[in-house]
Every structure is written in structure tokens, then in C-alpha cells.
Write a protein that binds this ligand. Structure first.
Ligand code: G4P
Length: 514
């Protein structure tokens, strides 16, 4: 693909089973058949993509890892970043969101917005990037479209603007009416695309027309006005109805997507806004993935290019350490396939071979200024466990394994003062299981967990804390950067502490979640 082609980089977020994989497959197929879409995740096809190394995923049928896909559509290069659907890996999804310019939210029309994904949707909303909504499974008897819009508006505190409107649903589904075009896309069994001007359309019964016209009138009177600016700053989401499985409404969605999705945006580094046009090459690592393919026992660091141009073999500096290196091994991705990438531009994702130099959040720059993109925000963990190696003689592999898995962002690590006991923190239980599995399989270390009852982590931002503050309900630890963190059993213990120590200021480490 040419470096001159405009880029649109996005990720899909959804609750598991809402239809993210199906939609991704259909979208890829529309990309002029650059590659077959059957390789996205292959739940059914029997092909496994990037993550087939991980039994845990196969057993549970969830996508733990993210991969990157590309397609060319209407002369736009679209980069899709896959995200794990399961809520236990929200942190991973969040990090992926830092690397995109647009998000697509897929909602199951039968279920609406599901509680476990609400937090993730909210986080996405707070990034201030355009969010396009695809309400899926219109071929099923779902919630009323107007109710779905209100649900989005109320739970996510953002305006909605329907781009199309369903005529019937489930067995009664006749089509979708395109509001901007005044056309109807007919739903038919052959799944052939059939678009007819509304006035000429003859498939709809009188009562269907009446119902549709009434709803459109209601939307015109009581609905929101369209504002491109609001779409761009993520306060208004254009909503599309369709059925990914029936390939219905997917192309109409993609046609609009290329118009509405944001181009690569300026990003903050070292306190300044770096525009993509800036000649100096820069990018940051948002994900590190080990053993993506059992045939390559290595790590791949996923780099989002933010400015300038990336050329294979170029000399770059790792801003955190000042280390200079040549990036010879760079890949672009399509699920399990890797292709060597010669050059990349802002918006692109490049996979870099990593022998242990990189960590999540690292900035890489070409010659010139040593920029540092903003730190990756962490999800405050909610589950903690003390961890030890079952066999003390394996301490070398144990430490190496922990160090690498922490660099990858698989889990968060804390240490107690003096004794330096290892405490790992996670957002969800599955992260512990992935950690245990990988320690055993990749580093040959059996580990033992001692689950803790603590549920809250608070970073100490002001005031003095000391080791004697540790008691049965709270514990003082240090994070990877040596910052003091207090772990509390529950809200009560936190409030009790705050009342007793008004001089100590605490933060979730990530204020936007508050
Ligand atoms: P996910 O990646 O968000 O987890 O969802 P995925 O696409 O895997 O879809 C989850 C299930 O919903 C799948 O069925 C899929 O076929 C179905 N599905 C997706 N889009 C639609 C749609 O528009 N209408 C209907 N009726 N179903 C849809 P499954 O039986 O769980 O899996 P499979 O065995 O069919 O793969």
C-alpha cells in the first residue's frame, strides 16, 4: 500500500458475542479481497490467528490478544486493531485504544449496553475520539431502536445521531432507511445489496411506511442535530443499524466510516502537541506480545507511528534509555501472517522484533529531539495476590518471567518494602490465569498464588506514609517505578484511612476513571 494513501486507524470495542469478529470479517471482505477474512479469529473456521499459542484462549473461546489488520477501501487505508472482548483484559483494550484515532462500538440489539463493558465504553468516550456505533443483529427480535438510542445517551452521556433506521426487525425486518440519502436498503435472503430511492420503493407495506415516517418525524423533532464537530470530538455518535452475519448494512456503514473516522491526530509528547506532519519520525509502543506464532519464539512490540515516516533499517532512539538501535525487523500484520514492512506513516502500526528492549509505553524517535509520549494510563487493579515460585531453585527464570510479563503489561507488579515480596495486581481473574500459564509454559516455573482480600489500589501523591501503616485491612507497597501505593480491602478501609490521615493524598493512578 502506498505511503500516500490516507490512513484511518480504529478499534472495535464490544461485549463478547455482540458480533465484533463477524463485523470485522465482513469489513475485510469489502476491502477488495486483499486477503481472505476467514483468518480473523477463526473461532469456527478452525484456523487460529495470532493467539493460537495460548490454550487458555482456545478453551474459553475468547480473544486474549490483539492483532492488527489492514484493508484498502475507497482509496483509504484502514488499519483495524483487534481488541480482546473479555472484560478481564480491559486494560489491554484500553492500551490499544491509545493507538487509534477512532473507535467503533458494536452493540447487540437484543441486549443493549451490557454492564461489564460499560466501563470500557465510558473510557473510550473520555478519550475524546470519534465513536461510531453499529447496532448489530437486526435480524433478531431486539430492543426498540429508540430505546437503544436513549440507552446509549443515558449510560454514556453522549448524543446519538442515527444514520439509518430499521424497518421492522427479526422476522419482520424489511430493510434500513438511510436518513441522509432518503433510500431504503432492502433486506433479502440472497444478501445481495439492493438500494432503492424511498419514493420508488414498493416492498414496504403501507403500515410499515406509516410507522417509519412517524419515527423519522419524531427523530427530526426530538432528536439531535448532526454536527461533524461533535462527531470528531466524540460527543455525538453516529449510529448505524445492521446485521453483520447477514452482511446487511455493513457496506453502508463502511462508506460512512471512511468519511467520519478521524485521520491521524496530533499527540502529546513531552508536554507539546506533535502533529503527524512533523518531519521527525516518532511513535510509541502500546503492546508487546510474546510468541505470537509458535514457529517464532520471540516478542513483537506494536508501534503506532505518530509522526514522520518510518523506514525499515532506520536508526532510532529509545527515549526512555537513550539507547540507539536499527530497526531492521519490522512487520505489518494480517492476523497470523507477517509481512516485512518497508515504510510506514502516521496512523500505521508496525510490529517490531524485540529481544527485550521495549516496554509498553516506550517512545521511539528518529534523529533529533528525544520526545516522550504521555505515559500509558493503568487501570487500577482490583485483584491482588502474593506470588512465589514453587521451586526456589528456579528463581532466575522466575524473575526473568515476571520482568518480561510485566514489561508486556500482562499484570502489574508491586513489592513490599524491605522484604520485597512480590504482589501482582490485575483487573480480572483471567489475567492471573494467563500469567500462571505463561510462567509455566514459557519460563518453566510453577508459581503459587496467595490471593489477597484487597480490592483497591491508591497511589500516594502527597503526605507521608510509613511501613507501620500496614495492617490487616491495608498494605503499603511500591509499584514498578518505586512509587508508594496503598492497597485497601474495601471502600470502608479507604475512607477510614483518609479520615485518619487527611494530610495523605491518594489517587487511583488514573483520574479519568473517577
Ligand atoms: P464477538 O467477536 O463480538 O465475540 O462476536 P462474534 O462475531 O463471534 O459473534 C457472536 C455470535 O453472534 C456468533 O454466533 C455470530 O454468528 C453471531 N452473530 C454475529 N452477528 C450477527 C447478526 O447480525 N445476527 C445474528 N443473528 N447473529 C449474529 P455463535 O453461534 O455464538 O458463534 P458461531 O458458532 O456462529 O461462530
Amino acid at each position: 500500500m502506498s505511503v500516500d494513501t490516507p490512513r484511518r486507524t480504529f478499534a472495535i470495542i464490544s461485549h463478547p458475542d455482540a458480533g465484533k469478529t463477524t463485523l470485522t470479517e465482513k469489513v475485510l471482505l469489502l476491502g477488495g479481497g486483499i486477503r481472505s477474512a476467514g483468518t480473523v479469529k477463526g473461532k469456527k473456521s478452525g484456523k487460529f490467528a495470532t493467539s493460537d499459542w495460548m490454550e487458555i484462549e482456545k478453551q474459553r473461546g475468547i480473544s486474549v490478544t490483539s492483532s492488527v489488520m489492514q484493508l484498502l477501501y475507497n482509496d483509504v487505508q484502514i488499519n483495524i486493531l483487534d481488541t480482546p472482548g473479555h472484560q478481564d483484559f480491559s486494560e489491554d483494550t484500553y492500551r490499544t485504544l491509545t493507538a487509534v484515532d477512532t473507535a467503533v462500538m458494536v452493540i447487540d440489539s437484543v441486549k443493549g449496553i451490557e454492564a461489564q463493558t460499560l466501563k470500557l465504553f465510558k473510557v473510550c468516550r473520555m478519550r475524546g475520539i470519534p465513536i461510531l456505533t453499529f447496532i448489530n443483529k437486526l435480524d433478531r427480535e431486539g430492543k426498540e431502536p429508540l430505546d437503544l438510542l436513549s440507552e446509549i445517551e443515558e449510560t454514556l452521556e453522549m448524543d446519538t445521531y442515527p444514520m439509518n433506521w430499521p424497518v421492522g426487525m427479526g422476522k419482520r425486518l424489511k430493510g434500513i432507511y438511510s436518513i441522509p440519502d432518503d433510500t431504503v436498503e432492502i433486506y433479502n435472503d440472497s444478501h445481495e445489496r439492493e438500494i432503492i430511492p424511498y419514493k420508488e420503493e414498493s416492498v414496504l407495506q403501507d403500515y410499515e411506511r406509516e410507522a417509519l415516517e412517524e419515527e423519522i418525524m419524531l427523530l427530526e423533532e426530538a432528536g439531535n442535530e448532526y454536527s461533524h464537530e461533535k462527531v470528531q470530538n466524540g460527543t455525538l455518535t453516529p449510529v448505524f443499524f445492521g446485521s453483520a452475519l447477514s452482511n446487511f448494512g455493513v457496506q453502508s456503514f463502511l462508506d460512512q466510516f471512511v468519511k467520519l473516522a478521524a485521520p491521524p491526530q496530533p499527540r502529546k509528547a513531552s508536554g507539546e502537541s506533535v502533529p503527524p506532519e512533523s518531519p521527525q519520525f516518532s511513535g510509541f509502543i502500546f503492546k508487546i506480545q510474546a510468541n505470537m506464532n509458535p514457529n517464532h519464539r520471540d516478542r513483537i512490540a506494536f508501534l503506532r507511528v505518530c509522526s514522520g515516516q518510518f523506514d525499515r533499517g532506520m536508526e532510532v532512539t529509545l527515549s526512555r534509555t537513550g539507547k540507539k538501535m536499527k530497526l531492521n525487523q519490522s512487520h505489518s500484520f494480517f492476523a497470523s501472517d507477517r509481512e516485512t514492512v518497508e515504510s510506514a506513516k502516521p496512523g500505521d502500526i508496525v510490529g517490531l522484533y524485540d529481544s527485550g528492549n521495549f516496554q509498553v509505553g516506550d517512545t521511539i524517535v528518529g534523529g533529533g529531539e528525544r520526545l516522550q509520549y504521555e505515559e500509558m494510563p493503568q487501570f487500577p487493579p482490583e485483584k491482588f495476590a502474593k506470588v512465589t515460585a514453587k521451586n526456589a531453585l528456579k528463581h532466575k527464570q522466575y524473575h526473568k518471567g515476571i520482568e518480561q510479563l510485566v514489561q508486556e503489561g500482562t499484570i502489574q507488579l508491586y513489592k513490599t518494602p524491605y522484604f520485597e515480596d512480590y504482589i501482582i495486581g490485575a483487573v480480572g481473574e483471567l489475567q492471573f490465569q494467563v500469567f500462571e500459564y505463561r510462567m509455566k509454559n514459557e519460563y518453566k516455573v510453577d508459581i503459587e498464588f496467595q490471593h489477597m482480600t484487597h480490592e483497591l489500589a491508591r497511589w500516594v501523591t502527597k503526605g507521608k506514609v510509613s511501613d507501620d501503616m500496614t495492617d490487616s485491612r491495608k498494605m503499603l507497597v511500591n509499584d514498578q517505578q518505586g512509587r508508594a501505593v496503598l492497597l485497601f480491602e474495601n471502600d470502608f478501609a479507604l475512607r477510614w484511612f483518609s479520615d485518619k490521615h487527611p494530610d495523605v493524598e491518594l489517587s487511583t493512578g488514573w483520574d479519568i476513571l473517577e
